[in-house]
Write a protein of this length. Structure first.
Length: 335
């Protein structure tokens, strides 16, 4: 009977049975058999034993799985009248005090599908979470990376989400393994309650770190536009800044040059890699003044503008991306 209980548990729950748990089963089973000696009816004994076999694994599963699997509850609305939102807000309030007192917190994750009227700041205000929490756990390229029906994860405590191997994260953030919580549905992404980013990381996310790379007028915006060659609507992944050939092009943020040369329609192109997975691209250049592997400062001259590649006239094509995902540029200087 003991072996059957263990086999049933493993087969149906797909978890490893703790030896201590099996010992507890044995002790309970022995005690139950002793009690059942005084019950004469054979079928009553069988029913009681079967209840034991079915109940104990379920109870253990509930305890163990509450620690390992946290299926996110769906948050349907961010209206203040939503009772579930009020529960979330109260949890965040309580957890703020716990974090301040040094109490370890196990986060509870919820899911929320963005509505048309939602903005980053509205979600942040309604949930009582902060800039770092929402942006990192949802892997946003910027604060403007908000799309209708996108499914966001909403924790009930402020903190940050980080990607990578558990051991590397422990070392980088000096945090114990038990304080790293797997984010549901995200491979190798962990949540650390009570942590926040430094100022530089925050500036990358709200894009205030980036400055205008060349003086001139923005002649074509980021987003859907008519292709100047085919007159068909196409997504424009950057901005075009009209300027004279030979205008000084500067690095929009500090980083390292990872590409400098010719590339298809971009013509002469420079790609600079920045912190946190960000990259900036400078296309249609007349002359390149940096080399691959070179570290560049913000505002350093890297090229002269031109009209090489697929171009209708002298301008700089400028893009920002994060981990391959295009981001709408927001310059801190208007230039």
């Amino acid at each position: 009977m003991i072996q059957f209980t263990a086999c049933f548990f493993v087969k149906n729950r797909s978890v490893e049975v703790n030896p201590l748990f099996l010992t507890c089963i044995k002790l309970l089973y022995i005690k139950l058999k002793y009690i059942l000696r005084y019950i004469k009816l054979k079928y009553v004994k069988t029913v009681i034993l079967m209840c034991f076999v079915l109940y104990v694994p379920s109870a253990y599963s509930h305890i163990s799985h509450s620690d390992s699997i946290n299926k996110p509850e769906v948050l349907k609305s961010l209206e203040y009248s939503n009772a579930n939102l009020q529960v979330l807000r109260n949890e965040v309030k309580v957890n703020l005090k716990k974090v301040a007192s040094g109490v370890r917190i196990k986060p509870v994750f919820r899911k929320y599908a963005l509505k048309k009227q939602d903005s980053f700041f509205l979600v942040m205000t309604r949930t009582m979470l902060d800039h770092d929490t929402l942006s990192s756990i949802n892997n946003l390229a910027s604060l403007w990376d908000v799309k209708k029906n996108a499914e966001w994860i909403i924790p009930n405590v402020r903190g940050i989400a980080v990607a990578g191997k558990k051991e590397s994260i422990q070392k980088k953030y000096n945090v114990a393994a038990l304080n790293l919580y797997k984010i549901p549905g995200k491979k190798e992404r962990y949540f650390i309650a009570g942590f926040s980013f430094d100022d530089k990381e925050r500036k990358y996310l709200d894009l205030t770190i980036f400055i205008r790379p060349v003086k001139g007028r923005v002649s074509s915006q980021y987003g859907s536009r008519k292709d100047p060659f085919h007159q068909k609507h196409k997504f424009h992944k950057g901005v075009d800044i009209a300027c004279k050939t030979g205008s000084r092009v500067i690095s929009s943020a500090p980083g390292r040059v990872v590409f400098a040369g010719k590339r298809g329609g971009y013509g002469n192109l420079i790609i600079i890699e920045h912190r946190n997975g960000y990259r900036s691209m400078y296309g249609h250049l007349h002359k390149i003044k940096v080399r691959v592997g070179q570290n560049v400062r913000i505002g350093q001259t890297i090229a002269l503008s031109g009209s090489t590649g697929r171009s209708t006239g002298p301008h700089l094509h400028f893009e920002i991306s994060r981990r391959g995902k295009p981001v709408r540029p927001h310059f801190k200087n208007k230039g």
